[in-house]
Design a protein. Structure first.
Length: 119
């Protein structure tokens, strides 16, 4: 077996849970330390200025937010959460029964109520 000296060095562009800008700077510094010659014009060619783009028709009076009625009613609830009743359920139940009552849903246990938990 002959002993071979490897001259290849791994340098990664991205690292897990790190910002991509910082990873790029670390890579550039690592390549500089290794005396790697880079042709920056091949990596980042000069940009082109586009002057014939159409006008962007932005109209601030138009709402571009598309949302279902059920989601909107959940975000803008009429009543805050009640200690006994919980949250008011979505109006879907009201549509089914014809609006005769307002259903509530208790999603918290008794241990959340401090006055009830103390014995």
């Amino acid at each position: 077996m002959s002993s071979a000296v490897l001259s290849d060095t791994d340098a990664s562009m991205l690292e897990r849970k790190q910002r991509c800008e910082m990873c790029l700077f670390h890579l550039a510094g690592r390549l500089f330390q290794l005396n790697v010659s880079l042709d920056l014009l091949q990596i980042c060619p000069p940009g082109k200025l586009w002057t014939n783009l159409p006008q962007y028709s932005w109209q601030p009076d138009i709402s571009h937010w598309d949302e279902a009625r059920v989601a909107r009613e959940w975000r803008f609830r009429q009543y805050p959460p009640h200690e006994f009743l919980g949250f008011e359920s979505l109006r879907l139940a009201l549509d089914i029964v014809g609006g005769m009552f307002s259903p509530w849903r208790m999603s918290r246990g008794w241990q959340v109520m401090k006055w009830r938990a103390k014995k």
